[in-house]
Design a protein around this ligand. Structure first.
Ligand code: ASP
Length: 322
């Protein structure tokens, strides 16, 4: 980011460690300022009068609201549609390219796009670029969700105090989930990171991610059950710092009725095998893969994680719209 204007946010790989460090510093500043009402007022003029469009072809709660809140806290105006597959002209057969072309005619500064097809944000950015409009990928099918990855990494930094020398379990539906994929790309930039992927064999993480890890010399292993990853963690040198759990992405499956059972549910019993200073993360929404009783465990970081998201997005908006 130093000196270079970053116009679009499309994938995790576009950020280097210095970009991330600067972004996290700006995020810390925002969080500190927003503790007081005076701080909030001071930030209001930052992006005053700028316009954000949010167009979401897939459901969203956190991403849509936190982007809108981030924009409004910085003085922007926001117009958007959720359920865009039904409520935009997509239902009449309009292409994504035509929709973005038209939206750009209305002079937004940024378009936040969630789409069901991997690569959609990159396609939109080709059009945004011609009009000087920033495109933010808010999740593209099974592709990526880079702003989620940034807030996930920020959570790790906040909660553990470091992003180097960490052992991270990433588990659940790794074949269809975009958040684990995006986070892996960021984690692979740090030293001494060891990853343990936990999923049923049919939901293993993609070969593209494994090739990336091999290329970047990041140590990783695969397990089928979380308990196997946690038991004897210390003797195997796997004293785990982070468990990043995800839901089964039923909407992306041919057989959404498949049952992955109790072994993919995090319960207080599972938590008892996790060290005291470890954290449990989840991009949310949680369905039933984390038992409600785990919420009161101080290591359950998922709601704090969602909270950090708005500040990370404020810092990002400030960066790309400056
Ligand atoms: N909210 C995240 C996403 O949009 C995670 C999920 O839906 O499971 O990818």
């Amino acid at each position: 980011m130093k000196g270079v204007v970053m116009r679009h946010i499309l994938r995790s790989q576009q950020f280097n460690r210095t970009d991330i460090e600067e972004l996290f510093k700006a995020t810390d500043t925002m969080r500190k300022a927003f503790k007081s009402s005076l701080g909030r007022v001071q930030f209001r003029p930052r992006l005053l009068g700028k316009l954000m469009f949010t167009i979401f072809y897939e459901p969203s709660t956190r991403t849509r609201f936190s982007f809108a809140a981030a924009a409004i806290h910085l003085g922007m105006r926001v117009v958007g549609t959720d359920n865009a597959r039904e409520f935009s002209s997509a239902i009449k057969g309009e292409t994504l390219e035509d929709t973005i072309e038209v939206l750009c005619q209305y002079l937004p500064d940024v378009i936040v796009l969630r789409h069901h097809e991997a690569g959609a944000a990159e396609r939109a950015a080709l059009i945004g670029e011609r009009h000087g409009v920033s495109i933010i990928n808010a999740g593209d099918g099974k592709g990526q969700h880079p702003t989620q990855a940034l807030l996930d990494l920020y959570t790790i930094k906040q909660e553990l105090g470091r992003t180097d020398d960490i052992k991270v379990v990433l588990g659940g539906d790794l074949a269809n989930g975009r958040t684990a994929r995006s986070l892996v790309y960021l984690l692979s930039k740090y030293k001494g990171v060891r990853l343990i992927f936990v999923s049923p064999p049919e939901l293993r993480i993609g070969g593209d991610i494994k090739s990336h890890l091999i290329e970047h010399k990041v140590r990783f292993e695969e397990e089928t059950f979380l308990l196997d990853a946690l038991l004897h963690a210390e003797t195997l040198g796997r004293d785990i710092d982070v468990v990043y759990w995800t839901r089964v992405q039923r909407e992306r499956m041919e057989n959404p009725g498949a049952n992955f059972g109790e072994s993919y549910r995090i319960t207080p019993e599972i938590m008892s095998h996790l060290k005291q200073d470890a954290i449990l993360m989840h991009p949310l929404p949680r369905v039933d893969e984390i038992a409600k009783e785990v919420d009161s465990d101080p290591r359950a970081a998922y709601f704090r994680q969602a909270g950090y998201g708005m500040y990370v997005r404020m810092a990002l908006l400030q960066e790309i719209l400056k």
